[in-house]
Design a protein around this ligand. Structure first.
Ligand SMILES: *Cc1c(COP(=O)(O)O)cnc(C)c1O
Length: 228
């Protein structure tokens, strides 16, 4: 079933990309495997899937250890600074940097691990109190302070917009993230030697996100089914 689900999602990504005049290859599907067992990740890997998203560090650690370099792991959950060491050491990219202290810790441990860690800044475009992320108007200041962190590579932005039953209503939030990212990249605060990354769109709204410029979509339920 996972194989068929993946094929269906890739077909929808291709269609949405072409409709928006974009290259399907410019969009990375992140299969969000949180709260699903490692066997399901293995099944997805056998079907050709390479990028996975995890929200909980201990769970990510167990899975990364079990799979030993067979896939790329994106950390997409909220991250406490005291978990920065494991996150920086084990994960391939962190999508949820939203404060200076966390960025500083990630840089420190990336340096200790002898690596450059790609990161995205999480932005709370919906201004929801319960959600992580910097407010749009605070992103520039955070990025300014992060320029000295030699072991972090700031690739772009990520968002978790407010839930709406109609995905079209989420479009303005995706557009806002893209405009913010483009502006920050122009100012040189986001890496300019590679295309701006925009991590946005989930099972219910990834096609809208692609039409607004998403380069990474994070899809869980539509691939692995409901979580417990
Ligand atoms: C769980 C989660 C997803 C995937 O959500 P689905 O609705 O299952 O596709 C995407 N992004 C983040 C940050 C998540 O926590």
């Amino acid at each position: 079933m996972i194989k068929e689900n993946l094929a269906a999602i890739y077909a929808r990504i291709t269609e949405a990309a072409l409709k928006a005049g974009r290259m399907p290859a410019d969009i990375t599907l992140i299969a969000v495997s949180k709260r699903h067992p490692v066997e399901m990740i293995s099944e997805a890997i056998r079907a050709g899937q390479q990028d996975f998203g995890e929200n909980y560090l201990q769970e990510a650690k167990d899975k990364i250890t079990a799979l030993g370099g067979q896939a790329r792991f994106h950390f997409i959950g909220s991250l406490q600074s005291n978990k920065a060491k494991d996150a920086a050491t084990l994960c391939d990219i962190i999508h949820t940097v939203d404060r200076l202290k966390l960025a500083r810790e990630l840089d420190k441990y990336a340096k200790a691990a002898g690596k450059t860690l790609p990161v995205l800044i999480q932005v709370n475009v919906g201004r929801e109190e319960q959600k992580g992320g910097v407010l749009p108007e605070e992103a520039e200041e955070l990025l300014g302070h992060m320029q000295d962190f030699d072991n972090l590579e700031i690739r772009g932005l990520m968002t978790m917009p407010p839930y709406r039953a109609n995905p079209e209503e989420v479009r303005p939030f995706f557009a806002e993230l893209r405009e913010l990212g483009e502006g920050l990249q122009k100012k040189g605060l986001i890496a300019t030697n590679c295309p701006l990354e925009l991590s946005m769109g989930m099972s219910g709204d990834f096609e809208v996100a692609i039409s607004e410029g998403a380069t990474m979509v994070r899809v869980g339920t539509a691939i692995f089914g409901e979580r417990e």
